[in-house]
Design a protein around this ligand. Structure first.
Ligand code: PLP
Length: 369
């Protein structure tokens, strides 16, 4: 007997578009990977040592409570270790946050454009995504976001610094959102680029988070400022024991490998290495921004490891030409109004030189017909 009322897969899942998995492997082809906001520098040498040591125990399951890592993170961010949840990249936490809060008939609010993980996570729960266009400076439109909240809203994404624009929100803007998002919605403060934002002079949001009555979670990652994208380690600071318990119930029990836990712990301990990554990133960001602006391409002020630049014409053409002719990978921003914007990750000095040397190609390819 078949159950036509409850088909498998659930109808809203089988109707979803094919997931867009970004290209990460290029065989022998030499490319400059400026499309995924990766860190161009190797992680701290301590990471390799720690991972090598952890690889002596690969026959054993990892610590499902990440004891040493959450203690270190708690001490580092002055946050209770028992309210931290580690996952396989912070991308996984986007899925878990959506699972925790959404179901068919409910709504989530996100900025437009936004990180592609948001629409995916919302769609996977059969919920509706309401996207609020960002302001001209690339930041979240606080008032329009709050105006979009309805009785059905269960999740609001706040991203600072913002991907794909790089924009840093100020303390008052984030405090307003955290205060006014109603208690029936989960506030997800996505701080994947937190360390870069702080290095650029951005605020923390500790007081505003502590003052929020409704549910909230902060998402951070080792993928960006620590150069550990390949280890896949994200973590959540949970606003309450109930949020922590929900994430623990939803996640896979032994979810983060021994190698990832050991590597992240070592990376966190090497603050001088992280400072080096942040300094060099800021330096190259300045050089890339100045070069693009001197060539007539306005760049949104960025507090992170990528920039969004406005080209004279379609960014898709420019990105294709850069990829095919110069082996430089970049991102387009598929959102209305951003057709002529290109997102370029900040690489090392050699990457910056390569982009700047190819500016005529970039501008020529995107120039108005
Ligand atoms: C805004 C934002 N959130 C989350 C992520 C996911 O990062 P990861 O899964 O590597 O921790 C990214 C990655 O680029 C991002 O830009």
């Amino acid at each position: 007997m078949t159950d036509t009322e409850n088909p498998v897969p659930k109808p809203y899942l089988s109707n979803l578009p094919k997931p867009r998995i970004p290209p990460t492997e290029f065989g022998d082809r030499q490319v400059r990977r400026l499309h995924l906001n990766e860190c161009p520098y190797q992680p701290s040498p301590r990471v390799k040592e720690a991972v090598a040591q952890a690889s002596e125990s690969l026959n054993l399951y990892p610590d499902g409570g990440w004891t040493k890592l959450v203690e270190a993170l708690g001490a580092h961010w002055n946050w209770p270790a028992e309210r931290i949840v580690c996952t396989n990249g912070s991308d996984e936490l986007l899925m878990l946050s959506a699972q925790m809060s959404l179901s068919p008939g409910t709504e989530a609010i996100a900025p437009g454009p936004c990180f592609p993980g948001y629409p995916r996570a919302v769609a996977a729960q059969g919920a509706k995504l309401v996207q609020i266009p960002v302001r001209a400076d690339g930041g979240i439109d606080v008032r329009a976001t709050l105006d979009a909240v309805t009785e059905q809203t269960r999740l609001v994404f706040i991203t600072t610094p913002m991907n794909p624009t790089g924009t840093l929100m100020n303390a008052e803007e984030v405090a307003t959102l955290l205060r006014e998002i109603p208690d029936h919605a989960l506030a997800v403060l996505d701080e994947a680029y937190y360390e870069l934002g702080r290095h650029a002079g951005g605020p923390d949001h500790d007081d505003a988070l502590a003052a929020r009555k409704g549910p909230w979670v902060v998402l951070r990652t080792f993928s960006k400022a620590y150069g550990l994208a390949g280890l896949r380690l994200g973590y959540a600071l949970c606003g309450s024991d109930a949020i922590k318990r929900s994430l623990d119930n939803l996640r896979i029990t032994l979810n983060v490998s021994r190698l990832s836990q050991a590597g992240a712990l070592a990376a966190l301990s090497d603050t001088a290495h992280t400072a080096m990554i942040l300094d060099k990133t800021a330096q190259e960001r300045r050089r890339l921004t100045e070069g693009l602006e001197a060539a007539g391409c306005p760049v949104l002020p960025s507090a992170t490891n990528f920039i969004a630049a406005k080209l004279p014409g379609p960014a898709a053409d420019a990105a294709r030409t850069l990829r095919e002719e110069a082996g430089i990978l970049t991102q387009t921003i598929p959102y209305p109004g951003f057709e002529d914007c290109i997102r370029i990750s900040i690489g090392d000095a050699d990457d910056t030189d390569a982009v700047l040397n190819n500016l005529p190609m970039l501008l020529g390819a995107s120039g108005p017909a």
